[in-house]
Design a protein around this ligand. Structure first.
Ligand SMILES: Nc1ncnc2c1ncn2[C@@H]1O[C@H](COP(=O)(O)OP(=O)(O)OP(=O)(O)O)[C@@H](O)[C@H]1O
Length: 597
């Protein structure tokens, strides 16, 4: 399948006649188009080749593609081959009702465009965007039975490890993604480039979110987070590393999806379903660790239907009402976003439905988004086809703001690694150079060690052992330790000094009070003096006692500083280390002299 990827032809939009019409089972594709296998009556429709232009995404964030499906047998039986659409080019299509309306889009895929070609035009660039770190989203919108599931999923059963010709966008995207991952990892092996992919699969049915990979997890809640953006709480995520892994998940999820027979489609999807893959890559370059991620959302919406034409009742009617309500919120969100793009200050009602809340980033946010609008060309669906084309036309005006997702924390980690590398280099250089050329912190710390003192709990084997100092890395380690110990004792010394100063100030204050009292006493009148005498004597006595005890405390603290055994020990230790260092320096100088000789 992938071998054919480069063989796809593009005739630059020129048309040729194709033969179309199809319903599963009753229509078949021929090299020149599609034939009604029941009537075997070829129906000629023009074929327009789509052009592949990945550079489109360089300056666009939203792309709209219309896919016209072949008329099916029910439509053929009801209205024959009468059409409401006439395609004019690979970008324009005219709706032939009243009034005639012409629409232009990025692409209009005619009935004869194959699944593979469609993938090459819109799926392949999406994979490239995602690998480059852009969030990407593709969703299929359209009337029920118009071909959304066929486009997004198609027939994804493998035959001899090959995807089938009818296989849709999602399996093809993953087949290509894993091929590209292999290619990139191989080409950038020197940067140790590694990708990882995690997938989840959910459906929104009647405004409730269910995990399609864990169907017992129902009514899951949407949350919003500064880093992750909008996410579904407790949704199962599975690591995938091959297209086989993804096909397994798709099969499992598809089996759990709500489908029902409707008048328009015997296997109609009654829920919106979202298959998400988070693609992360990490690599090392210029000593920096890079981390990049992109989120890929592949969305198959439930089909819109007119209550009148659907003929739904009971549960189906409730479903249809819910589907239509969330799709009309989607329409409203898009209309509001167009106003916003035109500079109007409007509130975007994302939170009015689970679907729009979940797709918030894909609509007007940080994403490169492709909308595939599927339509039937039959006159039977003229009304629905016109409303789909109008929806797509409005969506074209949305302005997204996609940016590459690169995690800054990757840089912090890289810097830490770089620091470690530099440290190792320093140790290596020290080993091979003269100790005298030690960088600044070493000599500074040695000076400090001289002034103060340090304590080494590393054991005495290194202390006093000149051999230990011959190993510069050990010496460096030792000096680092001494610096830490020195800082600690300086801090403690400062605290003791502060206490002494506070106590001295208190003593001084007491002395002043005593003086004041002594001066006051002769001037106080006798009766008053008599009254106060007892109090004064007792308080004076107390103050005197206080003064004495504070003086003693002060004296004690001073002695403690002077005779601090820790400091004494540090001082001795420090002296010994300096002596060892001096011996080592002499030893090195001698070595240098020998080398010069
Ligand atoms: N481009 C196409 N070529 C051939 N067959 C198609 C094409 N599009 C759709 N079909 C066929 O039409 C039928 C309905 O298509 P599909 O189930 O994809 O519709 P849908 O839009 O997903 O409908 P719903 O919204 O009800 O789920 C299927 O049998 C599918 O195989």
């Amino acid at each position: 399948m992938l071998g054919n990827l480069s063989s796809g032809t593009s005739n630059g939009g020129h048309s040729h006649q194709g033969v179309v019409a199809r319903d599963k089972g009753s229509l078949c594709r021929t090299p020149r188009g599609i034939i009604d296998s029941k009537a075997l009556m070829p129906v000629h429709v023009p074929h327009f080749e789509l052009s592949e232009d990945p550079s489109f995404w360089n300056d666009h964030n939203v792309q709209i593609l219309i896919r016209v499906r072949p008329i099916n047998s029910a439509e053929l039986g009801s209205q024959g081959n009468t059409r409401c659409l006439v395609q004019e080019s690979s970008q324009t299509v005219a709706w032939t009702g009243h009034p005639d309306t012409r629409f232009t889009f990025d692409h209009v895929a005619c009935e004869t465009i194959s699944q593979e070609k469609l993938f090459r035009v819109v799926g392949l660039p999406m994979v490239e965007n995602c690998m480059s770190g852009y969030n990407s989203c593709m969703f299929a919108y359209g009337q029920t039975g118009s071909g959304k599931t066929y486009t997004m999923m198609g027939d994804f059963h493998e035959m001899d490890n090959m995807l089938s010709e009818d296989c849709g966008m999602t399996p093809r995207i993953f087949e290509y993604l894993f091929m590209r991952i292999k290619q990139e990892e191989g080409a950038r092996n020197d940067e140790q480039l590694k990708y990882s992919c995690k997938c989840s699969f959910l459906e929104i049915y009647n405004e409730q979110i269910t995990d399609l990979l864990e169907p017992s997890s129902t009514n899951l809640q949407l949350r919003e987070d500064m880093k992750k953006g909008v996410y579904v709480e407790n949704l199962k995520e599975c690591e995938v590393s091959s297209v086989k892994d993804v096909l397994e998940l798709l099969l499992k999820g598809a089996a759990n999806r709500k489908i029902a027979a409707t008048r328009m489609n015997s296997e109609s999807s009654r829920s919106h379903c979202v298959f998400t893959c988070i693609i992360e890559s990490r690599w090392e370059k210029d000593s920096l660790l890079h981390l990049r991620y992109g989120q890929l959302n592949l969305v198959d919406l439930a089909g819109s239907s007119r209550q009148k034409s659907s003929g739904a009742e009971g549960e189906r009617l409730k479903e249809a009402a819910n589907i239509n309500r969330s799709l009309s919120t989607l329409g409203l969100v898009i209309m509001t976003l167009v106003d916003v793009a035109n500079g109007k200050n409007r509130h975007v009602p994302y939170r009015d439905s689970k679907l729009t809340f979940l797709l918030q980033d894909s609509l007007g946010g940080n994403s490169k988004t492709t909308i595939i609008a599927t339509v039937s060309p039959s006159i039977c669906s003229a009304g629905e086809t016109l409303s789909t084309l109008k929806f797509a036309q409005r969506a074209k005006l949305i302005q997204n703001n996609a940016k590459v997702n690169e995690d800054a924390s990757g840089d912090v980690m890289a810097l830490q690694q770089q620091i470690q590398k530099l440290k190792d280099q320093v140790v290596f250089l020290i080993k091979h150079q003269n100790i005298q050329r030690f960088p600044g912190p070493l000599s500074t710390s040695l000076e400090q060690v001289n002034l103060h003192d340090c304590h080494d709990d590393h054991g005495s084997s290194q202390n006093g052992n000149p051999d230990a100092l011959k190993d510069p890395s050990l010496l460096n380690e030792k000096i680092e330790f001494l610096e830490t110990a020195l800082i600690g004792s300086l801090r403690r010394e400062k605290m003791v000094e502060a206490t002494v100063r506070r106590l001295e100030a208190e003593i001084e204050h007491m002395n002043r009070l005593i003086h004041q009292r002594e001066e006051m006493m002769p001037n106080i009148s006798k009766p008053y003096w008599k009254c106060l005498l007892t109090d004064l004597l007792s308080s004076d006595g107390y103050l005197m006692e206080e003064k004495i005890s504070l003086s003693e405390e002060n004296k004690l603290l001073r002695e403690r500083i002077d005779r601090n055994p820790e400091l004494t020990q540090f001082a001795l230790e420090n002296k010994r280390l300096l002596e060892q260092l001096r011996v080592f320096q002499e030893f090195n100088q001698e070595g240098e002299r020998d080398m010069l000789l």
